[in-house]
Design a protein. Structure first.
Length: 156
């Protein structure tokens, strides 16, 4: 009986070691690769406003504004926008937004067109995400001088 105790101990030790080796050789314990990380598409989709801030259009306000973020690369979103403003001025262009902690740094470039004339512009701003709405405060330049404003856009 004395000889069985060392053999039993050896068998137990080998069993424990082999179970440990099996555990460490499994592929599901390897680190997650960057391609396996999913980033939530918080801003993807259409954001729009059908009236000027405050509900009533003013002579210099845009009464229809649509921003569509249709591409995402990490925290950077890109897309297009379109707006109809006072005196039949139509804005079209591209937008880029970088999302960090419910704040989006936005840059938009495009062309304002009216009566056959085109005017390039650039807008820079900050948008705050609050549920299904974003509030964008912006400043910028155009061929007619500086521009600025605030718009609230809703998803959908």
């Amino acid at each position: 009986m004395r000889h069985r105790t060392p053999i039993t101990t050896l068998i137990c030790a080998l069993t424990i070691l082999s179970a440990g080796c099996e555990f460490t050789s499994r592929s599901d314990t390897s680190p997650v690769s960057p391609t396996q990380v999913t980033v939530t598409p918080i801003l993807l989709g259409t954001w729009s406003a059908s009236t000027a801030p405050g509900g009533l259009p003013t002579p210099d306000a845009c009464t229809a504004l649509e921003l569509v973020f249709d591409q995402q690369d990490g925290e950077v979103y890109t897309g297009t926008f379109h707006a109809v403003c006072a005196d039949g001025i139509e804005l079209t262009g591209t937008a880029t937004g970088t999302y960090v902690d419910d704040v989006v740094t936005v840059t938009a470039t495009g062309t304002a067109s009216a009566a056959g004339l085109d005017c390039a512009f650039t807008l820079n701003g900050t948008a705050r995400l609050m549920g299904e709405q974003i509030t964008i405060e912006y400043t910028g330049t155009s061929c007619l001088g500086p521009v600025s404003g605030t718009h609230v856009l809703a998803r959908g």
